[in-house]
Write a protein that binds this ligand. Structure first.
Ligand SMILES: [Zn+2]
Ligand SMILES: [Zn+2]
Length: 246
């Protein structure tokens, strides 16, 4: 197909299926993914970031407690405003295409935050079969697939979720590690042995879920696990306990 024909097809398609901003859902030009209002208002995590919590160093309020299993956390956005809205639509309103744009943002942030790290594989926080059937997709898997594509890396399911847990957001922060303890298992330890893994999820608040996944990957032989999420809870909000995750 010629370039002009392709362009024409794209415009015709746009008339019937207008492209929408990945975050707020407003109609945007066919070449845009995120509208200019959201681009301007999205609360980006400023570099340099704190590797312990993934927040900008200037915003960080963490106790600098290094996880023995997850080497670092990084996210392009704080879970605020239009980004919060976009992630909620992705999770609760069956709009999987939002993951495309967010995954690409995650990839370009990972290139800066994890510059010089050579990952072998991208993976994601799994759901149980029933959870996935209910939502029809796993948003973490979609984000990981989009990020992996942009980073030219394979996206591989490495973990399974053995049983359902209470939603992390319904629990106070101290109970969250216990809620996910022992919930995940590695599908095939051989496939991760000695590998440097980029572990993706939609959101990090306490990091309990990611740390538990990273723990299993490390125990089963992964060399290193670094985490990448679309958003991280803004530290001040996290302290006031108003965040919502999962
Ligand atoms: Zn928008
Ligand atoms: Zn920190």
């Amino acid at each position: 197909m010629t370039e002009q024909a392709f362009e024409l097809l794209r415009r015709v398609r746009y008339v019937f299926y207008p492209r929408r901003c990945a975050l707020c859902g407003k109609v945007v030009a066919p070449t845009q993914e995120i509208c200019s209002a959201c681009k301007a208002s999205a609360h980006r995590v400023p570099m340099p970031i704190c590797p312990y919590c993934g927040c900008g160093r200037k915003d960080c309020a963490c106790d600098k407690h290094r996880s023995r299993f997850a080497a670092a956390f990084a996210s392009p956005f704080y879970y605020e405003g239009c980004v919060r809205e976009g992630i909620r639509r992705l999770k609760f309103h069956a709009e999987p295409e939002i993951a495309e744009a967010l995954g690409r943002e995650m990839a370009s942030f990972a290139r800066q935050a994890y510059a010089g790290v050579r990952f072998d594989v991208v993976t994601f926080v799994p759901m149980t079969r029933r959870e996935k059937r209910d939502r029809r997709y796993n948003q973490s898997e979609l984000l990981a697939a989009s990020a992996a594509k942009a980073l030219l890396l394979p996206c591989v399911p490495t973990l399974e979720k053995l049983y359902e847990t209470r939603r992390q957001r319904t629990l106070d922060h101290r109970r969250r590690s216990g809620n996910v303890f022992g919930v995940f298992e590695v599908i095939d330890p051989k496939s991760i042995e000695g590998r440097r893994i980029l572990l993706c999820d939609d959101l990090r608040t306490t990091g309990a879920t990611l740390t538990e996944c990273a723990k299993m990957l490390r125990i089963r032989g992964a060399r290193e696990v670094l985490c990448l999420t679309a958003a991280v809870g803004y530290p001040k909000r996290e302290r006031s306990g108003k965040d919502e995750i999962q």
